[in-house]
Design a protein around this ligand. Structure first.
Ligand SMILES: [Zn+2]
Length: 184
């Protein structure tokens, strides 16, 4: 009976939380751009204290920006100008797969699964740059933050913050002038 009691108690609380009206526009007026890493699923949001309806989430492989006019910036523009976001968090993480990606192995996998060589050759400017791999996840966050701050499609009044997340412990640190900082 103890388990059943716990389940019913959890359910009552869960339903009460869900009864909060959820609109398309994020309650906390923040848009988060982060990595698609599976360890961040159902882990990054609770670690940041974010609930359903609080934030817009944009994800890709590595939280990296390959095309300054591409899908990530398009989503940021919509989040800011159509959904009222006033702040951007770029959240990279340690042990990111895009820092270890083996471009030749990936190319081999593509070809072995029937992707035409011409389709790979047509990627611009190259498979390497199209993939957007990097060596240093922290450096990537700095680079993306810099590109977004300079992007004419993002208003100057919208702050862009760089952060690093640890997918093992869940710890979050802020990037300030190239250094990681966590409040005491
Ligand atoms: Zn990653």
């Amino acid at each position: 009976m103890a388990l059943l009691h716990d389940v019913l108690e959890h359910n009552a609380q869960w339903v009460a939380e869900r009864s909060r009206p959820v609109s398309k526009a994020p309650h906390k007026k923040v848009v988060i751009f982060t990595c698609m890493d599976t360890r961040l699923v159902d882990f990054l949001e609770p670690a940041l204290g974010l609930k359903r309806g609080d934030a817009q989430m944009i994800k890709n492989a590595g939280a990296t920006l390959v095309d300054p006019g591409g899908g990530v910036v398009r989503s940021l523009v919509v989040a800011i100008h159509a959904l009222g976001c006033g702040e951007i968090f770029v959240i990279g993480h340690s042990d990111c797969g895009m820092a270890q990606i083996d471009e030749e192995a990936l190319r081999h996998s593509m070809v072995s699964q029937g992707v035409p060589e011409e389709a790979i050759a047509a990627l611009r400017p190259s498979l390497h740059e199209w993939l957007g791999g990097f060596h240093d996840p922290l450096g990537n966050v700095q680079r993306v933050v810099g590109l977004l701050r300079e992007n004419p499609l993002i208003p100057h009044g919208v702050p862009v913050h760089g952060l690093m997340f640890d997918p093992a412990s869940g710890s979050l640190k802020m990037l300030v002038d190239g250094y990681l900082y966590a409040p005491e």
